[in-house]
Design a protein around this ligand. Structure first.
Ligand code: G3P
Length: 218
């Protein structure tokens, strides 16, 4: 499973780089606004920090302008992936950009039928938002199960399932058990993944016993 970090905060990314966990980055207009940075400059900086796919989202809503924005975003770096909303125009733009060998990430996906549209349009990634479905009392992980099942039926589908809107470690665990290709995870949740009280307790006991030996490795 690939781990992408869901942020436009360069310091959050730098803080995770030396774990070797980061296979890519996803951003969206809200995360760019939160960063307070210029979208083109922050994406360029992120693309240098993380060699894997870096998603930058278009802000136009008509296909022609989405395509123009997508081509501009793609010109930032070879590892840019153009994020497009799952709308009629977004699917048209996805098809056009995919035909130009520009990587695409179709986002704001909330149904399996939408995911099928994105796959047929040649999307590189599909981003179903599990947390936002949970927020309205619909089980977001059921959508992931449906998409994974449908995509597995058709070997010609190369679109990768990129689980988004992850809010907690359970979302990640269930996505991994379903065989989702990618999870884009907020930095806070990545840090939560390390935590277990028995690990802390066990290390404390090891250190206490080691201290009693009076030895030093270095
Ligand atoms: O990548 C999509 C993600 O940023 C949305 O997360 O928590 O705003 O639903 P959230």
């Amino acid at each position: 499973m690939k781990f992408f970090v869901d942020t436009a905060d360069v310091d959050e990314i730098k803080g995770l780089l030396d774990t070797g966990l980061l296979d890519g980055v996803t951003t969206n207009p809200s995360l760019i606004a939160k960063s307070g940075r210029n979208i083109l400059q922050v994406l360029e900086e992120i693309c240098v920090l993380v060699p894997g796919p870096v998603s930058g989202e278009v802000t136009a809503t008509n296909a022609a302008d989405m395509i123009r924005e997508g081509e501009k975003l793609a010109s930032i770096a070879d590892n840019i992936t153009v994020k497009l909303p799952l709308t009629f125009d977004g699917i048209k733009a996805c098809y056009a950009l995919s035909q130009k060998d520009i990587k695409t990430n179709v986002t704001l996906c909330f149904s399996a039928n939408q995911a099928l549209l994105a796959a047929k349009a040649g999307a590189t990634f599909i981003s179903p938002f599990v947390g936002r479905l949970d927020d309205i009392g619909s089980n977001g992980m059921d959508l992931i199960a449906d998409i994974c099942q449908i995509y597995s039926m058709y070997p010609t589908i190369e679109t990768e399932v990129l689980v988004a809107s992850i809010r907690n470690p359970i979302h990640l665990l269930e996505a991994a058990k379903m065989g989702a290709d990618v999870a884009t995870i907020p930095a806070k949740v990545i840090h939560q993944l390390f935590n277990h009280p028995l690990t802390d307790k066990g290390l404390e006991a090891f250190m206490k016993d080691w201290e009693s030996t009076g030895q030093s490795i270095l």
